[in-house]
Design a protein around this ligand. Structure first.
Ligand SMILES: *Cc1c(COP(=O)(O)O)cnc(C)c1O
Length: 353
């Protein structure tokens, strides 16, 4: 608490990202980064953009990237918003669409940033409880409310909702914004982008951070009706006209266009994930059915926190959430086959003791 903080700053409970340690080199399976490098074409485009033009401001309307994204998603440029990572777009969306006079609905176990944004904008979150197997009770997302947000696949549970479930959610909620955060959709899900023409209340948010290996570039997309995109632009242009820098704009276009590299690396991650899931089950772990680039696991006889700390000692970082209902779980990002073998080996060693 500081005398210089505004009442707002004093009231916040900021998000705590997974650690990015600098003390030694770990096998980093704690922040859902992609283990493979970005597309070489993206790296070339970024290098080429590092030139004397950096003295100039970037394009405030990001036209080239908006057009590339429109082509990629098969929509019109008026249905695309680009942002400095999808977290920024989420923050803008909370401000643009959610009604503070009514509860904003999201699952009780979900991306923990949602609660932080709700607090920042003085919204009233209403947490909808997942069942014991972490299924989202979609029928409870209805009635009078000020908007809906959920990730699909959900994080950290890794569980996917099929497209027809999203369609039912939209049919039941035509009058408020419904935001689907598809940070992990490329690892086995079917995107709701195909529904944006039909449902003007639907905003789909995606990112280059996970499936495109560009967490360090900070680029995200929102796809939705022109009226939703205009809403996001109203907030953005009241905040920062230049949210994407020149390097990010160029790198993102090249990354979106390199479909072959994207397919190859995501397929590899999916294959590794499925193998790791079955090996973990053989070791006695409860493993949710993951359609993401991470797995969510619990061992009936071992405390998750203890496994987390021991893995850390062995040089393997995973994510442990000390929160109700999930404090016996670990979230483990999918690395390369070699990294996952080292993780499994360390686990086997621990379970033997
Ligand atoms: C990683 C993640 C994001 C944030 O992605 P950035 O584009 O890197 O800001 C958003 N939502 C969920 C559910 C995530 O896991």
């Amino acid at each position: 608490m500081s005398q210089f903080w505004s009442p707002l700053a004093a009231s916040l409970t900021p998000y705590v990202p997974g650690e990015q340690p600098k003390d030694k080199s770990y096998i980093k399976l704690n922040t859902n980064e992609n283990p493979y490098p970005p597309s070489p074409k993206a790296l070339e485009a970024i290098a080429a953009a590092a030139n004397s033009d950096l003295r100039l401001y970037p394009d405030p309307t990001c036209d080239d990237l908006v057009c590339a994204a429109a082509e990629h998603y098969g929509v019109s440029p008026r249905q695309i918003f680009v942002g400095n990572g999808s977290d920024e777009i989420l923050a803008f969306a909370f401000a643009a669409f959610f009604n503070p006079a009514k509860p904003v609905l999201f699952p009780d176990i979900t991306y923990s940033f949602y609660k932080v944004y709700a607090k920042l904008y003085d919204l009233q979150p209403k947490l909808i409880e997942l069942d014991e197997s972490f299924e989202i009770p979609l029928e409870q997302f209805s009635g009078e409310h000020g908007g809906i947000i959920m990730p699909n696949p959900n994080a950290p549970t890794a569980k996917l909702l099929p497209l027809d479930a999203i369609r039912r959610l939209l049919d039941a909620n035509p009058h408020q914004a419904v935001i689907i955060d598809e940070a992990y959709i490329d690892f086995g899900g079917e995107s709701a982008v195909s529904l944006v023409d039909e449902y003007p209340q639907l905003l789909v948010i995606q990112t280059l951070s996970k499936s495109r290996s560009l967490a360090g570039l900070r680029v995200g997309f929102a796809i939705g009706s022109p009226e939703l995109i205009d809403g996001l632009n109203r907030i953005k242009n009241s905040f920062n006209s230049y949210t994407l820098d020149r390097l990010a704009l160029q790198g993102a276009v090249a990354a979106l266009q390199d479909a072959a590299y994207f397919r190859e690396t995501t397929d590899r991650i999916i294959e590794t994930r499925d193998r790791v899931m079955s090996e973990l089950r053989e070791l006695g772990f409860i493993v949710t059915d993951s359609k993401a680039n991470f797995v969510f696991i619990s061992h009936p006889e071992r405390a998750a926190k203890e496994l987390f700390l021991k893995l850390r000692e062995e040089g393997v970082l995973v994510r442990y959430f000390d929160s109700p209902r999930i404090d016996q779980y670990l979230r483990v990002s999918i690395g390369t086959d070699e990294e996952m073998d080292a993780f499994l080996k360390a686990l086997r060693e621990m379970l033997r003791q």
